[in-house]
Design a protein around this ligand. Structure first.
Ligand SMILES: [Fe+2]
Length: 330
C-alpha cells in the first residue's frame, strides 16, 4: 500500500464563507504550512469573484508521491452551481479530477454530481455504496413528510451524466495513499445509540432492498482517509452519520493504527436529534486519539465550534480554506 508524500486539501463547498479567518501554522511546529485561507486580500481583489457557500460539503484532495499526483473530489455539494462557481474562482480544472467519491446519498453531498459532469468531457469513476440510491425521505417532528429527496442519485443517472459508478461496500484504494473507508462499523457506544424504529415517528426513512420501509441508518456513509508518510492519517467525513470516532477507527482498520494528524468534515453533532453531550464525548475521544488538527464543518453545529473555539488544534472552516500536510506539492 502506497503512502502519499504530501497532500493538499481544498474546501470547495462548505456552509460558511469568512474572509477574516487567519492562516494557521501546524500545531506540531513542523514546517508544512498547515492552513491557508481565501482571505480578505483575495475577497477584495477584483481579479477574483468571491467564493460562495451553501449547505453542503465538497473537498478537492490532491495527494502526491514523487512527481505523480492523484486528484479526488470528495462530495460535490448541494446544487452544483456553487461547486462550479468555486472551482472557477480557485482555478481548478474539473477535467483534472481522477476520481469522485460520494460520502452518502443525501443531497447536500451528491447534489452537485450532474452539474459537475456537465463541466467534464471524459468518464470519471464515482465511488458509492449500493444503499446510496435507495429511496429516502424524512418525517418531520410537526408531521410534514419530505419528498423522496435522492431521486436524482441513481447509478443509471450517474452513468448517463458521464460518471462510472463504482458500487461497493468495501474500501477503495484511490491511489497515493487515498482510501475510502468502505462501510463503517459502528462500535463506539455514544455514536451507535439509536432508539427503536417506530414507523410514523419523526426521522429519516429508507426503502430497503427488500422493498420494506426501515429507518435510514445511512449505512452507505463512507469517509476518506489519506495516509501521509511521516505525517500520519488525515480523515475526512461527509456528515459522519456513522460517527466521527467510528470513522477514525474504520480508517485504522484500512491503513493501520497510525497517528491521526487531522480530522475534518461534518461531525453530525448539530442535528437536533443528536444528544448535546456527544459534543464533549467526541472532543474527548479526539483528544485521546491525539488528533492534532480538528476542523468540524457543515453539520457539526455551533455547540461544537463553541466547545473548541479556544483550542489550539481547532480550525474554523470556510470555503477556500486549504490544508497542506507533508512534502511540498511537486
Ligand atoms: Fe450533510
Amino acid at each position: 500500500m502506497f503512502q502519499a508524500d504530501g497532500v493538499k486539501i481544498t474546501v470547495l463547498v462548505e456552509n460558511q464563507v469568512d474572509m477574516l479567518l487567519p492562516d494557521q501554522a501546524s500545531p506540531l511546529g513542523t514546517d508544512d504550512h498547515c492552513v491557508t485561507r481565501w482571505g480578505l486580500v483575495e475577497h477584495f481583489d477584483n481579479k477574483y469573484l468571491p467564493p460562495q457557500a451553501e449547505n453542503g460539503i465538497s473537498f478537492l484532495i490532491e495527494a502526491w508521491r514523487g512527481r505523480h499526483t492523484t486528484r479526488v473530489l470528495f462530495d460535490v455539494g448541494l446544487t452544483g452551481t456553487v461547486l462550479r462557481h468555486n472551482m472557477g474562482v480557485f482555478g481548478i480544472d474539473p477535467n483534472s479530477i481522477d476520481h469522485v467519491a460520494i460520502s452518502h446519498g443525501h443531497p447536500d453531498h451528491f447534489g452537485g454530481i450532474h452539474g459537475f459532469f456537465d463541466m467534464v468531457d471524459r468518464k470519471i469513476p464515482v465511488a458509492t455504496h449500493r444503499d446510496a440510491e435507495l429511496a429516502r425521505y424524512a418525517m418531520m417532528g410537526d408531521g410534514r413528510m419530505s419528498s423522496v429527496y435522492n431521486s436524482a442519485f441513481t447509478f443509471e443517472q450517474i452513468e448517463r451524466s458521464g460518471g462510472v459508478p463504482v458500487v461497493t461496500e468495501s474500501s477503495l484504494d484511490l491511489g497515493w495513499g487515498i482510501h475510502t473507508t468502505g462501510e463503517i462499523e459502528r462500535n463506539v457506544p455514544f455514536e451507535a445509540a439509536a432508539p427503536p424504529f417506530v414507523p410514523g415517528n419523526p426521522g429519516l426513512y429508507q426503502v430497503g432492498h427488500d422493498g420494506k420501509l426501515r429507518r435510514d441508518e445511512v449505512m452507505d456513509e463512507n469517509g476518506l482517509v489519506i495516509d501521509v508518510k511521516d505525517v500520519g492519517l488525515i480523515v475526512l467525513t461527509g456528515c459522519a452519520h456513522a460517527g466521527v470516532v467510528n470513522t477514525i477507527k474504520q480508517s485504522h482498520k484500512i491503513v493501520g493504527e497510525k497517528p491521526v494528524r487531522a480530522v475534518m468534515g461534518g461531525f453530525h453533532l448539530g442535528f437536533p436529534t443528536t444528544p448535546a453531550e456527544n459534543v464533549g464525548l467526541t472532543v474527548d475521544a479526539l483528544k485521546e486519539l491525539d488528533v492534532q488538527t480538528i476542523m468540524p464543518m457543515h453539520c457539526s453545529g455551533n455547540r461544537t465550534h463553541a466547545h473548541l473555539a479556544h483550542d489550539d488544534h481547532y480550525v474554523q472552516p470556510a470555503v477556500g480554506t486549504v490544508l497542506h500536510f507533508g512534502t511540498a506539492q511537486p
